[in-house]
Design a protein around this ligand. Structure first.
Ligand code: ATP
Length: 357
């Protein structure tokens, strides 16, 4: 992306299930901001795969990296594709092949009514989880020996490279240094979450690297928690969290838990980022087959994701405009049913469009 080029080129892959419902709504909203965007939509997903067997065209990832400034993706997963092969090739393909190593998942409570915990206010939940996005158990390394027999052995390997661990931990410290909380106060602390008491080899690497990298940021406090203790703390009192860095699997799990603090999966946004390269933005939720096609899905996760993408592209005013509109809609209960309103997906997004305009 050239800093002088004003029109931002966005690739859009709505994908499957509710992805096909929430992404068009997010597009309506970003268009309403008046941002100078060139939007190109791709039909990669289960329907396309079932039609002609294509998941990603041969040049697909290189084309995304070359021709676009950012990617907005929906969700991938469809009960008709039992192997989920298309989801793996498209979503994990973007993360791995484009080396989008930092999965950034902000956790913000917009209104006290959305949090299932007693006495928790919006100011109490404003943290971010930085999840390693290219390694861990998601590389699918391992194998099965003597499948289908009583002697079957399944091995799932957890890949942790020095390079991968170091760059994600450094990303978390840089993020802490460069990003403020919603109320304008600085971020102060990076917490590393692992299970180094049981997973000693990988945990040992994470522990050593965390210590080394933290020495470069003496002004930032450090903290460590085992993932089990962190889960308990998250539902007991989430106030102390600021920036959390963790591996691929723990990041996946704790961000669903964290989404519960902010109103559920329908409210959570994320970015898959490689600084300086084309990055991909997607709501935290999946394709949610049980509610797909019913105009029930909450579009706010996708809309907040699109705001995150605009902010990443330097369109800060447009991003803030969208976030303010979502906040207002939540306060006015002009929302979908999952967070207490009575609107459908399209109607909830239409209201955001009018607030943004
Ligand atoms: P994946 O493995 O692809 O992340 P998942 O199985 O973890 O998917 P989701 O598809 O994200 O799960 O959703 C689980 C459930 O959460 C859905 O069936 C639905 O009830 C609820 N849910 C998820 N996203 C939304 C949304 N945007 N609006 C309303 N409800 C949602």
């Amino acid at each position: 992306m050239s800093p002088t080029q004003s029109k931002k080129r966005i690739a859009v892959i709505a994908g499957d299930g509710i992805g096909q419902e929430v992404i068009p709504q997010a597009l309506k909203v970003i268009r309403a901001t008046g941002a100078d965007l060139e939007i190109t939509e791709f039909d990669w997903g289960a329907d396309r795969y079932l039609r002609d067997g294509m998941t990603v065209p041969p040049d697909g990832f290189a084309m995304l990296a070359r021709d676009f400034d950012a990617i907005l993706a929906g969700a991938f997963g469809d009960p008709r594709v039992k192997t989920n092969i298309h989801a793996k090739e498209i979503l994990l393909g973007m993360r791995f092949r484009m080396d989008l190593y930092a999965n950034v998942r902000p956790v913000r409570l917009l209104d006290a009514s959305l949090c299932p915990l007693k006495g928790i206010e919006p100011k109490d939940v404003d943290f971010v989880v930085i999840r390693e996005n290219t390694e861990g158990v998601y590389t699918d390394a391992g194998g099965v020996f003597k499948p289908g027999t009583p002697d079957e052995i399944a091995i799932q390997e957890d890949i942790n490279t020095r390079k991968g661990v170091e760059r994600i931990i450094r990303y978390a410290f840089d993020y802490c240094e460069q990003h403020k909380k919603l109320d304008g106060s600085p971020r102060r602390r990076v917490l590393m979450c692992d299970k180094s008491n049981a997973m000693t080899h990988a945990g040992g690497l994470w522990q050593r690297v965390f210590k080394e990298v933290s020495a470069e940021f003496p002004q930032i406090e450090t903290q460590h928690m085992y993932v089990d203790a962190l889960c308990m703390q998250m539902v007991r009192d989430p106030r102390s969290f600021d920036v959390i860095v963790t591996n691929n699997m723990f990041g996946d799990i704790i961000t669903d838990l964290a989404a519960g603090l902010q109103g559920g999966l329908g409210m959570a946004a994320s970015g898959n980022i490689h600084p300086g390269q084309t990055s991909m933005f997607e709501p935290v939720h999946g394709s949610a087959p049980p509610i797909a096609g019913k105009n029930l899905a909450n579009p706010f996760g996708a809309i907040l994701t699109s705001a995150m993408m605009l902010a990443h592209l330097g369109l800060t005013k447009e991003a803030e405009n969208i976030e303010a509109a979502v906040l207002q809609a939540v306060r006015q209960k002009k929302t979908t049913q999952d967070i207490g309103g009575s609107l459908g997906t399209r109607e909830a997004a239409d209201n955001i469009v009018s607030l943004v305009k």
